[in-house]
Each structure stands twice: as structure tokens, then as C-alpha cells.
Ligand binder design. Structure first.
Ligand SMILES: Nc1ncnc2c1ncn2[C@@H]1O[C@H](COP(=O)(O)OP(=O)(O)OP(=O)(O)O)[C@@H](O)[C@H]1O
Ligand SMILES: [Mg+2]
Length: 281
């Protein structure tokens, strides 16, 4: 895993990543030496038990937390919040008083882009996630799935080469979630970015990803790297293929040491997660 492919093909390179939170006067180790190379334009799913460090890992890659070790995106070090990386949090963090359009335009505003450019780009992104008609709506007027799409549109505002999605589907009902999975793949085909997504659903991980990375219980290390040998473009019916069953069995075997309750094995089941992600830093 530390044998990274040549730099031009590597979107994300993590080497020896270690991170600990100070809790009550002691250090709680969360990342225990993570090594991972993610190929450009691929989709990688991260699975692992509750609290193992998945959200922390994404925040480190986005430059929101600083860890020991190496974080590189497109061959360059990530040293702070990085416009090359778009992050969608476990709970969409939208600005409630702003319209959908103004939410998407917000990162462009912070980046100092002019009004016309901001609005044109925000409209284009709303169209991309199927919310063109909802530009004037506020987050409270949108459904959970629509809010997630809005959060994704906002994460894409600065044209990141890497999109990180932290359990973006966990609050959706089973049917919406399946449709959303298909939409994400279509979106990915259109924007051509590298996607890393956290999920507790093994079928979902297989349906979306080229590789499923199984993390160990905290402190997280890469416990297994499972290739998904399923051709693209993919359809939901592909989930019935024998290769999916085999791949799922392999992933479950690697997860065997982890707690069972963290895994919703049927697509659409909601993974339990604690509210720690929202804890103040
Ligand atoms: N802000 C924080 N301060 C202190 N400790 C934290 C903080 N955020 C997370 N932790 C700790 O880090 C560990 C990993 O948390 P993280 O949110 O990364 O896990 P996770 O794998 O995303 O879990 P889940 O599947 O429940 O979302 C947890 O055990 C938690 O106790
Ligand atoms: Mg999490």
C-alpha cells in the first residue's frame, strides 16, 4: 500500500498518518499509521467500525486537521484547508438563512470571485445535482436527500480534484438511497474527480467503488484493500451478480474483528453513528 503508483496517476497519497485527539488530559490515538494511495479518477470506499477514525481521516485529507505523516493531493502536500479537496460532512452543514444558490456560491464568495461568476457557477452546479428549480429555496424547505445534493454541489464549487463524502446517504430512505447511488455514479462520470466515500453499507461500497478499504478498529490502520471487479457503467441490477456476493464476503471476513452492529449489510439500512463528528474542535 505504501508502494504508490507513479505520481501522475495518484490523486491522494497518505503515508504513515498518525493522529491523536487530546481528551481529558490524555491522548486518544485515532489514526495509527495509515498508508494509502488512491488512483486518480477512481472511487474508493472506506468501511470500518464506528469510531475507528473514518471521519477524522477525511478531515485530515481535507486539511481541516493536521496529522503526523504525509498527505499529498495530486503530488502536492496538503498543509491546511485545501480548495483541491471538497468535503461533504456526515450531516450537511448548510447555511440555513441562505438560499440554495447562495449556499453553493458561498465558497466562491470566500475565494473572492465576482458576483456574476459566482451565480453562473452556482446555477450550473445546482443543475448538475438536479436542483435547478430550487435555487431560491432555503435548506429547511428541502428534503434530506435534496440537502445532501446541495451540500455536494457546494463541495464542488471550487472544482476540487478530490471529493470526500462522509456517509452522505445514511439519513436517506432505502429507495432514495439507491437512486442517489446511481446519481453519484453519473455525477462522477461527468465531473471526473476522484471520490473517497465512507459508508457502513457493504453493498453500497461495492456498487460505487473500485476498491473498498477496510479500516481496523481505532486507531485506524488499513486492514484490507479489496478490489471490486465489477465493470462500469454499473446498474443496480449488478448487485445481484455472484462477484458482488464474493466481494462482500471478503470484506465481511476482514471486518470480522470489528463489532457487528456497525454494519448494515442490506443496502439502505442506516449505519449507527455517534454525534462525535459534530463535537467542537
Ligand atoms: N473533536 C474530537 N475531540 C476528541 N475526540 C474526538 C473528536 N472527534 C472524534 N474523536 C474521537 O476520535 C475517534 C474517531 O472518531 P471519528 O468520528 O473519526 O470516527 P468514525 O470512524 O467516523 O465513526 P462513525 O462510524 O461513528 O462515524 C472516536 O473514538 C472519538 O472518540
Ligand atoms: Mg464518521
Amino acid at each position: 500500500m505504501s508502494d504508490a503508483p507513479p505520481p501522475a496517476e495518484t490523486a491522494i497519497r497518505l503515508a504513515g498518518l498518525r493522529f491523536a485527539f487530546p481528551v481529558d488530559g490524555r491522548r486518544v490515538e485515532v489514526l495509527g499509521g495509515v498508508d494509502l494511495a488512491v488512483e486518480r479518477r477512481s472511487v474508493v470506499a472506506l468501511v470500518g467500525p464506528n469510531g475507528c477514525g473514518k471521519s477524522t481521516l477525511l478531515r485530515v485529507v481535507a486539511g481541516l486537521l493536521r496529522a503526523a505523516g504525509t498527505v499529498e493531493v495530486e503530488g502536492r502536500r496538503v498543509a491546511g484547508p485545501d480548495p483541491r479537496v471538497g468535503l461533504v460532512f456526515q450531516e450537511p452543514r448548510l447555511l440555513p438563512w441562505r438560499t440554495a444558490l447562495a449556499n453553493v456560491a458561498f465558497p466562491l464568495e470566500v475565494a473572492g470571485r465576482g458576483r456574476t461568476e459566482r451565480e453562473d457557477r452556482a446555477r450550473e452546479l445546482l443543475g448538475l445535482v438536479g436542483l435547478r428549480e430550487w435555487a431560491g429555496a432555503r435548506p429547511a424547505e428541502l428534503s434530506g436527500g435534496m440537502r445532501q445534493r446541495l451540500a455536494i454541489a457546494r463541495a464542488l464549487a471550487l472544482e476540487p480534484s478530490v471529493l470526500l463524502l462522509d456517509e452522505p446517504f445514511s439519513a436517506l430512505d432505502a429507495l432514495t438511497r439507491e437512486r442517489f447511488n446511481v446519481e453519484i455514479l453519473r455525477l462522477w462520470e461527468r465531473i471526473g474527480s476522484t471520490i473517497v466515500l465512507v459508508t457502513h453499507s457493504i453493498p453500497e461500497a461495492i456498487f460505487l467503488a473500485d476498491r473498498v478499504i477496510v479500516l481496523s478498529p481505532r486507531p485506524a490502520t488499513v486492514a484490507a484493500d479489496v478490489l471490486v471487479d465489477l465493470p462500469r457503467p454499473r446498474r443496480l441490477a449488478d448487485l445481484d451478480a455472484a462477484v458482488v456476493t464474493r466481494t462482500a464476503a471478503a470484506i465481511r471476513a476482514h471486518l470480522a474483528g470489528a463489532t457487528d452492529d456497525a454494519y448494515a449489510v442490506a443496502a439502505g439500512e442506516v449505519g449507527r453513528h455517534e454525534a462525535l463528528e459534530e463535537a467542537p474542535r
